[in-house]
Design a protein around this ligand. Structure first.
Ligand code: NAD
Length: 496
C-alpha cells in the first residue's frame, strides 16, 4: 500500500521526499510505503494553517464543538480501522489498542468537543473604581506539534484536540515509523467538517522535517511529546523565535511499596504497569522500591507472574506482550539489561529475546540493582522492571525522588497517612495510590523536571493553547484623569 506523504490544506499531498517503508515490528513485513514530506512541505503546511486560522479562531465555541463532536463519533465508527493501523505500525497487542488506545482517544476527542464550550475566567468587574476589566482568552495561533511512536493516535489527539477546541490551527509531525493513524485522524476531521488548513500532517524524520517545524518562524507555539534529549533540541529551535513550548518528555516512574501494602495487589499492579505497551510508556512503572520486609515476596511474585506473560503475535487477542518498536530499540534495551547484570543486578526472569521473528524481548525483572546503575537511572522504554529494597519510609520517599524525571509515580499502602505523605512528597505530575497507569480525559497529564512542563488532557491543557488578554475600559469619560497628576502636575488649560 502506498500512502500520501502529507495532509495539507484539506487534501492528501505527495511530494518527492525520501522513500520510506512502514514496517510491522512483529514480522518485519511492509505495512505501507510513502515518500516522506520535505521541509518545503512544512512551509506549505504552516502557510495553510496560518491562512485557515482567522475563521477557525473566530468560529463560535458551539460551531467548533459541533465539528469535534462529529469527529469523535466518526472516530468511534472507524475504531476497527484505527485499531488495525495502530497494531500493524506499532506491534502493540490488539487488546491494548482495542480497549485502551482507540476508545481512550475517542473519549478524549469527545471531552474536548464539550470542553470547547466551557472556557472560564475571572469575572468582568470594576477592580478599580474608574474601569471595567475583563479577560479575553484567545487562541494562541498556529500550533506546531511533534509526536512519538509509542501511542501514535493518543499522542496526536492529546495535542491536536485542545488546540482545535481553543480555536488554533495545527501542523502535526508524527514519528516517521507510525504516521498512519495521524493521517487517518486528519482525513476523518476533514469529513467531520473541519475547514481545510485547520489541521495539517507532515510525515518525516526529526532531523529535517521535525527541525524545520520546531524552528519555523511562522508558528506561535511548539508542543512536543518525546524524549527529554529531543525535547530540549525542540525547545532550543523554538527559542530562536521566542516561541512558547509545551514539552511532555521521558519518565522513570517509581513504584513505592510500603510494608503494609496489599502484596497481591502490588504484584499484579507492578506487572501490568511495567509491561503495558511492552514497557514503551512514559509513565510505566520502572523502579520498584519495596519495603525490606516485603521485598523477597514481591520479587518472587512479580517474577512468577511475568513468567506467565504470553509474548507473540500482537494480532492475536490472547497475546499479552508485543514486540519493541524496532530491532534497533531492542538492541538498546538488551544492552542496558546486559550492563545492569555486569553492575551487580540479578535477573529474576527474562533478560533475553524469545525465539520469534520480529523485535520481541521477554518481560524482565532485575532485582538488587545499584542506585547508581544506568538501568536504575536512565529511561529504558522496554518490558523491564528493576527492584530495590528500602529501610524506612524516609528512605523509600528519598529513593522515589532520586531521579531527574518527574512524570508519574505510585505508592502502595493501606495507611492513609502514608498515602497522603507520598502524594505530597513525591515529585511527579501524577501520583497514583494503590494503582499505576489509569488516565482519564478530565484529569491532566504532564511532568516536572526532566519530564517537561505543561499539561495534556483536561481543562488545564487549554492554558497551553490560549493567551490571556486583559481588556481595561475607562468608565468615567473624564479627559483629565486623576492619576495623570503622577506624571505631570500642570493640567492642560491650567498654564494660562
Ligand atoms: P523521540 O524524542 O526520539 O522522537 C519524538 C518525535 O520527535 C518524533 O516525531 C521524532 O521524529 C521527532 N524528532 C526527533 N528529532 C527531532 C529534532 N531534532 N527536532 C524535531 N523533532 C525531532 O521520542 P520517541 O522515541 O519517538 O518516543 C519515546 C520517548 O517519548 C520516550 O522518551 C518517552 O518517555 C517519551 N514520551 C513521553 C510522553 C509524555 O507524555 N511525557 C508520552 C509518550 C512518550
Amino acid at each position: 500500500m502506498t500512502i500520501a506523504s502529507s495532509w495539507i490544506d484539506g487534501a492528501e499531498v505527495t511530494t518527492g521526499g525520501q522513500a520510506h517503508r512502514i514496517v510491522d515490528p512483529a514480522t518485519g513485513n511492509d505495512v505501507a510505503d510513502l515518500a516522506l514530506a520535505t521541509p518545503a512541505d512544512v512551509d506549505s503546511a504552516v502557510a495553510s494553517a496560518r491562512a485557515a486560522l482567522p475563521s477557525w479562531a473566530t468560529a463560535t465555541p458551539a460551531e467548533r464543538s459541533a465539528v469535534l463532536a462529529k469527529l469523535a463519533h466518526m472516530a468511534g465508527e472507524h475504531s476497527k480501522q484505527l485499531v488495525a493501523e495502530e497494531v500493524s505500525q506499532t506491534g502493540k497487542p490488539v487488546r491494548l489498542a482495542t480497549e485502551f488506545d482507540v476508545p481512550g482517544s475517542v473519549d478524549n476527542i469527545d471531552f474536548f468537543a464539550g470542553a470547547a464550550r466551557h472556557l472560564e475566567g475571572k469575572a468582568s468587574a470594576e477592580y478599580s473604581a474608574d474601569h471595567t476589566s475583563s479577560i479575553r482568552r484567545e487562541a494562541i495561533g498556529v500550533v506546531a506539534t511533534i509526536t512519538p511512536w509509542n501511542y501514535p493516535l493518543q499522542m496526536a489527539v492529546w495535542k491536536v484536540l485542545p488546540a482545535l477546541a481553543a480555536g488554533c490551527s495545527v501542523v502535526i509531525k508524527p514519528a516517521e515509523v507510525t504516521p498512519l493513524t495521524t493521517l487517518t485522524l486528519a482525513r476523518l476531521a476533514s469529513e467531520a467538517g473541519l475547514p481545510a488548513g485547520v489541521l495539517n500532517v507532515v510525515t518525516g524524520a526529526g532531523a529535517d522535517v521535525g527541525t524545520a517545524l520546531a524552528g519555523h518562524s511562522d508558528v506561535d507555539l511548539v508542543t512536543f511529546t518525546g524524549s527529554t534529549a529531543v525535547g530540549r533540541k525542540v525547545m532550543a529551535a523554538a527559542a530562536q523565535h521566542g516561541h512558547r513550548t509545551q514539552l511532555e518528555l521521558g519518565g522513570k516512574a517509581p513504584f513505592l511499596v510500603f510494608d503494609d501494602a496489599d502484596l497481591d495487589a502490588a504484584v499484579h499492579g507492578a506487572v501490568a504497569a511495567s509491561l503495558i505497551n511492552t514497557g514503551q510508556d512514559c509513565t510505566a512503572a520502572t523502579r520498584a522500591i519495596v519495603a525490606r520486609d516485603l521485598y523477597d515476596d514481591f520479587v518472587a511474585g512479580v517474577g512468577e507472574l511475568m513468567g506467565k506473560i504470553v509474548v507473540g503475535d500482537p494480532h492475536d487477542p490472547d497475546t499479552d506482550l508485543g514486540p519493541l518498536i524496532t530491532a534497533a530499540h531492542r538492541t538498546k534495551v538488551a544492552g542496558m539489561v546486559e550492563r545492569a547484570t555486569a553492575e551487580g543486578g540479578r535477573i529474576v526472569t527474562g533478560g533475553m529475546a524469545p525465539d520469534l521473528p520480529g523485535s520481541f524481548y521477554r518481560p524482565t525483572l532485575i532485582a538488587d540493582v545499584d542506585e547508581r546503575s544506568e538501568v536504575y537511572r536512565s529511561e529504558i522504554f522496554g518490558p523491564v522492571l528493576v527492584a530495590r529494597p528500602f529501610t524506612d519510609d524516609d528512605d523509600g520517599i528519598r529513593q522515589a525522588n532520586d531521579t531527574e524525571y518527574g512524570l508519574a509515580a505510585s505508592a502502595w499502602t493501606r495507611d492513609v497517612y502514608r498515602a497522603q505523605r507520598a502524594s505530597r512528597e513525591i515529585h511527579a505530575g501524577c501520583v497514583w495510590i494503590n494503582d499505576h497507569i489509569p488516565i482519564i480525559s478530565e484529569m491532566p497529564h504532564g511532568g516536572v523536571g526532566a519530564s517537561g512542563f505543561g499539561k495534556d488532557m483536561s481543562d488545564y491543557s487549554f492554558e497551553e493553547y490560549l493567551t490571556i488578554k486583559h481588556v481595561m475600559s475607562d468608565i468615567t469619560a473624564v479627559a483629565e484623569k486623576d492619576w495623570h497628576r503622577i506624571i505631570f502636575t500642570k493640567r492642560s488649560g491650567a498654564e494660562s
